[in-house]
Every structure is written in C-alpha cells, then in structure tokens.
Design a protein around this ligand. Structure first.
Ligand SMILES: [Zn+2]
Length: 208
C-alpha cells in the first residue's frame, strides 16, 4: 500500500487508543517496512508471494516482542514492533485475493458496502484458493516506475503483485474494501495485543 494509505488506515484505526507521540512512533515503524531493503527478500513483512505461514509467524513474533518490550519497560521499542506488525496485517488485504474471494462469496446480486467487509472470515483465511501476488524481480521493481508500468503489466504474469495489488484507489473499487478491512484488522490486532496485558502495562503501552 502507498505510504499515505498506511498512515490513513493506522490513524483511522488507532487514533484515540494511543497518545499522539506513541502513534507517531507506530506509524514511523509501519512506514519503514516499505524501505528498499525491507521490500526485497522479506515477503513476510508484506504477505507477498504466498508467504502466508511466514507472515503469520512474523505477526506473532512482533506481537510477542511488543509484549516483552513493555514488560521490560522499553516502550518505544514496543511501539516499533507493534507498527511493524500492523504493516503486515494491513498489506494482507492489498496483496492477497482475500477481498475478491470475500466479494465472490456474497449471495447473488448482493453488493455489500466496503464498511461491511469481514476482515477475518475464517473459511477464506484458510481456503486453498487464497493467493498473494508474487514479486518477480527485477521486472516488479520497474512496475513502480510510472513510465514503465504499462509495459511491465504486459510482460508480468497475472499472479504478480503488479496485477493483483490493491495498493491504491487507482486499482479500482475493490481498493475501498481492502482499506476498510485493513482498518478493522488493525483494531483487532490492537485488541488481541492489549488483551495480553495487565491494566498497568496497558496504560504504559497506550501512553494515556
Ligand atoms: Zn508493505
């Protein structure tokens, strides 16, 4: 997803749940996951290339780190680990076909609004039909260079990130479902993490 989209999703989901300074650190860590060195060879940071198992392991690793940093009173590191975790959770909806599958499961003729999207349909999360876009280097890198984009789309296969992504509104109406699903999922990752913390530690984490 584009940088400003990650910011918007995170603020929509978490404003009011954290102090401003905590949210700033969480957002900075979230955005840092899209630096060049974290884009190459780190499918698990972005749910790319069907790396579902590795991506879920990464989410839980960052959640465990978040909790252990809070327990050792290193709160800024806890915010960073949490920011990295929600980056991956948000990318899931932009890089996989989850939204396409969810929409195709709706009863005939029904078109739910984006805010009705269920971000955690257990059947879809575990279906063998779930796929995420493959990163075909070096062509995929050229897809990000505007003037090369039409040519890259002609060359790259349909299972590539270039064809499958819902990274921005430009990718069509399904983007809005990915956006709303990512907002809901971010809230749910916060709840899941907060649930592990006793009141005094939760207070430290949210910094309020
Ligand atoms: Zn990403």
């Amino acid at each position: 997803m584009l940088r400003h989209i990650h910011v918007e999703i995170t603020r929509n989901a978490l404003a009011g749940s954290f102090s401003d300074r905590a949210l700033d650190v969480i957002i900075a860590a979230n955005l840092k996951q899209d630096r060049l060195l974290a884009l190459i060879g780190h499918d698990e940071y972005h749910f790319d290339s069907n790396a579902f198992t590795q991506s879920y392991a990464y989410l839980e690793e960052q959640r465990a780190l978040t909790v252990s940093y809070i327990e050792t009173n290193d709160i800024p590191s806890a915010w960073s680990a949490f920011g990295k975790m929600i980056h991956a959770a948000q990318d899931f909806y932009a890089h996989s076909n989850y939204i396409d599958l969810w929409l195709s499961c709706q009863p005939d003729g029904a078109l739910p609004t984006p805010s009705e999207v269920d971000p955690l349909d257990e059947d879809l999360i575990h279906t063998r039909a779930l796929r995420s876009g493959r990163i075909y280097l070096p062509l995929e890198a050229l897809y990000f260079v505007r003037p090369f984009r039409p040519l890259m789309l002609r060359i790259l296969p349909r299972d590539s990130h270039a064809w499958m992504n819902l990274d921005s509104p430009e990718q069509g109406p399904h983007f809005h479902y990915a956006f709303q699903a990512a907002v809901k999922r971010t809230k749910s990752e916060f709840d899941k993490t907060a649930f592990r913390l006793p009141q005094n530690l939760l207070k430290l984490f949210i910094d309020m």
